[in-house]
Design a protein around this ligand. Structure first.
Ligand SMILES: NC(=O)c1ccc[n+]([C@@H]2O[C@H](COP(=O)([O-])OP(=O)(O)OC[C@H]3O[C@@H](n4cnc5c(N)ncnc54)[C@H](O)[C@@H]3O)[C@@H](O)[C@H]2O)c1
Length: 276
């Protein structure tokens, strides 16, 4: 028996990394998944993988920061799966610099993606969720829906991440507020704050090597120096970074029915490091 049979789930940034594994896990548990990514190819690949496993998925390609995106995402879920049961706000990247070198462009790019986009998506989802919750209440039924916002242990402060740490702390405020606003709709609103998870954002960099990701035409430096990776391993009680599959497992905890009475909480998935 799959725990999420028939549920309609949206996972932003699910073409790669943690989001990809979240989409695959939710689909393996029976959810029908709207797979979003900035980049078409990985999004379609994940849709293909889900379908190959006998699941249901549809792609909604585009940047979560586009002004018309939230409405398009919500209507993709409603048109294909007749509603929304789960939203995972995961899309994101880092664009680091110490504050004296951080540009307005760097600041707003991170705010737009990690904070404004989840706000717009949740606002656009409200009429759909509220109408369903009211109909279910009228029938005397409690149906729990799930929002999982992705944060980071950087929300507690991290050198070079004034933009990112602010956004990842901000999403925790939004999580706690919506848990209170949407409790009457039986929506569980929680956050997962990751520590060091092995994805392209945290790829180890040797010497003068560098790694970049392309975000809407900008080549942005990412990665962690090998020395810092070694240092980070020593600080992690479980002795190593997490895998995207392990990260997805922690998101799934908030999507399953066993967490129906848990809302407004932040789970740190960091192998034992971190407090926010
Ligand atoms: N990897 C870590 O150690 C770590 C730690 C803490 C938090 N996080 C958070 O986890 C989330 C996933 O990161 P990841 O490590 O899997 O990175 P990743 O780069 O492997 O995957 C992120 C995906 O999001 C997509 N994306 C980026 N900007 C987008 C946009 N504007 N619209 C739509 N899609 C977009 C990318 O194309 C990519 O496919 C992010 O919110 C990140 O901040 C990661």
């Amino acid at each position: 028996m799959t725990k999420l049979a028939g549920k309609s789930a949206i996972v932003t940034g699910s073409g790669r990394g943690i989001g990809r594994e979240v989409a695959l896990k939710l689909a393996a548990e029976g959810a029908r998944v709207v797979v979003n990514d900035l980049d078409a190819e990985p999004a379609h690949e994940v849709v293909g993988l889900i379908k190959a496993q006998g699941g249901e998925a549809v792609a909604c390609v585009g940047s979560v920061t586009a002004s018309d995106f939230a409405d398009r995402l919500v209507s993709t879920a409603v048109t294909n799966y007749q509603g929304i049961d789960i939203i995972v706000n995961n899309a994101g990247f880092t664009w680091d610099n110490v504050i004296q070198k951080m540009t307005d462009e760097q600041w707003y790019a991170i705010m737009d993606c990690h904070l404004t986009a989840p706000f717009r998506i949740l606002r656009a989802a409200y009429p759909v969720i509220s109408a369903a919750a009211k109909a279910e209440a009228a029938e005397g039924r409690e149906v729990f829906r799930k929002i999982v916002n992705i944060s980071s242990v950087s929300a507690g402060g991290n050198v070079g991440q004034a933009n990112y740490s602010t956004a990842k702390a901000g999403i925790l405020g939004m999580t706690r507020t919506l848990a209170k606003e949407w409790g009457r709709l039986k929506v569980n609103v929680n956050a997962v704050a990751f520590g060091h998870i092995e994805t392209r954002l945290t790829v180890p960099i040797a010497g003068k090597e560098s790694a970049t990701v392309n975000i809407e035409g900008r080549e942005i430096k990412v990665g962690i120096s090998e020395a810092l990776v070694e240092q980070s391993k020593k600080m992690i009680p479980l002795g190593r970074p997490g895998t995207p599959v392990e990260a997805a497992g922690s998101v799934y905890l908030f999507c399953q029915p066993e967490s129906n009475y848990v809302t407004g909480q932040v789970l740190i998935c960091g192998g034992g490091i971190g407090s926010i």
